[in-house]
Design a protein around this ligand. Structure first.
Ligand code: SAJ
Length: 400
């Protein structure tokens, strides 16, 4: 193969399929043997529009193969997770073990690219590791960092059309990496150095987190001030230079709620706003759970009986089935922890069943519940006919 893709997850697999579509031989590597088996059958293990046909075609035509161990190629892409250890410290051990796994295969002139979200300095660290273990290659590899920026649900389009930031450890590396991506990317390729490219990825997601925190802070203020925050934001956004995002029940997913910590943990004294934004967005979920609790008590005081409660949505954002790092799921867990013989209807139209939550369809839930808390603005929840006798807690602006 020409390209060896280490990591066949949400980014690695679509990228592998895209490169293979370009009639380039790609060898995918994943430590999970089930994933490897599924892909070698031309099937996929994640939900992403249009990925199934891309992978099926690439495997059928022989341009994409997978295994659990790396093979030799000329370009290596590291697309593995960089999760968090306790105390919100980034864990780059998967990047390191992927790099160690390909060490014996490397040869002069090879291109090595990290795409995984990484703390600043990771690419240089991996360069030092490679040259320490293979000193005869010193200065003879091309080493670069190029973060992905695709939005789950629109990956196959955005992979091709988004601009990319490409930062090498030296100019030669940057040029080689740009030449590689230019084969299959139509967006503009912007050149920089590795550290700037690493920081750029973290800053993009932190910027969104900070902006959402501002909207969430407004929602808390407006709740006290008895002002409709959705109307307020729509009006403020009529100003030509104001563009406030939407408040919600918190910030989730595996990127925006995580990446800012990569900056905060390395630059704690300097990243005041970034750190505070994380706190505000986390607090917003807690606040929503408390609001449900208060509504329950008020209902019981007023009606002399326990209410039934519908929690609408579990996914981390509208119209997806992804529950990872989901604030709505956190709220549901918290509310259920405080359950005291009330009846609960948990709703998530994008999944059929869940191992912890017993799911109810949204129409039944809305019809039966006394208190309806909208956690995620799924399309199904828009414009529902809700009786005047119900208590509605709209945390995501579905009925704004
Ligand atoms: N959210 C709000 N209010 C808003 C917008 C979003 O509360 O106005 C919430 C969502 O409900 C969700 C969270 O923020 O819980 C994140 O959702 P998102 O749609 O903003 O982003 P992700 O996590 O799906 O994808 C992001 C994207 N980054 C940016 O938009 C800067 C994507 O381009 C990145 O590739 C991706 O992170 C990633 O992998 O880093």
């Amino acid at each position: 193969p020409e390209v060896v893709m280490i990591g066949l997850g949400y980014i690695g697999l679509p990228t592998a399929a895209l490169i293979a579509q370009n009639e380039t031989y790609v060898h995918g590597v994943d430590i999970n043997p089930n994933v490897v088996e599924i892909i070698n059958k031309g099937q996929i293990h994640i939900v992403e529009p249009d990925l199934d046909t891309a992978v099926a075609n690439a495997v059928r035509e022989g341009y994409l193969k997978a295994s659990t161990k790396p093979v030799q190629g000329s370009t290596y892409l590291i697309v593995v997770p960089t999760p968090f250890k306790a105390k919100n410290e980034p864990d780059i051990s998967f990047v390191e073990s992927a790099t160690r796994a390909i060490l014996p295969l490397l040869k002069e002139g090879d291109l090595y690219i990290i795409e995984s979200t990484s703390p600043v300095g990771t690419t240089e660290k991996m360069m030092e590791l490679m040259y320490a273990e293979r000193p005869e290659l010193t200065g003879k590899l091309h080493i670069a960092y190029c973060p992905e920026r695709v939005l789950p649900g629109n990956v196959m389009y955005e992979l091709v059309h988004n601009d990319r930031v490409i930062g090498g450890v030296d100019e030669r590396s940057t040029e080689t990496a740009v030449a590689f991506y230019s084969q299959f990317i139509k967006g503009e390729l912007h050149k920089t150095n590795a550290r700037t490219a690493e920081m750029c990825k973290l800053v993009e997601n932190s910027s969104r987190d900070v902006q959402i925190a501002f909207a969430n802070e407004l929602s808390l203020i407006c709740d006290k001030a008895d002002i409709n925050v959705w109307e307020l934001i729509a009006l403020a956004n009529k100003h030509p230079r104001v563009n406030i995002l939407q408040p919600g029940c918190g910030v989730g997913g595996h990127c925006i709620a995580v990446d800012p910590y990569f900056i905060v943990s390395d630059y704690p004294m300097e990243s005041q706003i970034i750190g505070k934004a994380r706190e505000i967005n986390n607090y917003k979920s807690f606040w929503c759970a408390e609001k449900v609790q208060t509504a329950k008590l008020e209902f019981e005081l007023k009606h002399g009986r326990k209410p039934s409660i519908a929690l609408m949505g579990l996914a981390f954002k509208p119209n997806i089935d992804d529950l990872r790092e989901s604030p709505a799921k956190y709220i549901a867990q918290k509310v259920l922890q405080n359950a005291n013989n009330e009846e609960y209807y948990i709703v998530e139209p994008n999944i059929n069943s869940h191992k912890v939550f017993k799911l109810t369809d949204y129409k039944t839930a809305v019809e039966k519940a006394d208190i309806i808390a909208f956690l995620v603005a799924h399309d199904e929840f828009k414009g529902l006919n809700i009786g005047d006798d119900k208590v509605v807690l709209d945390f995501c602006g579905v009925n704004k």
